[in-house]
Unconditional design. Structure first.
Length: 57
């Protein structure tokens, strides 16, 4: 983010623009409704059991 010189709203150079676009693309994929959920509901692919978030590496 060095290329942005602190301006992330109106980037003026391509390296900064590319980084800001990537970050915005990633943020858009976050489930905003479930971001504060305490546990993640993931099924173990082999056993179909719930995984505790601390077991996901």
């Amino acid at each position: 983010m060095v290329n942005c010189n602190g301006d992330y709203i109106n980037p003026t150079n391509k390296p900064c623009t590319d980084v800001v676009k990537t970050i915005n693309d990633l943020i858009s994929q976050v489930n905003k409704e479930g971001i504060l959920d305490q546990y993640v509901s993931l099924l173990h692919p082999n056993q179909g059991e719930m995984l505790h978030p601390n077991t996901i590496d």
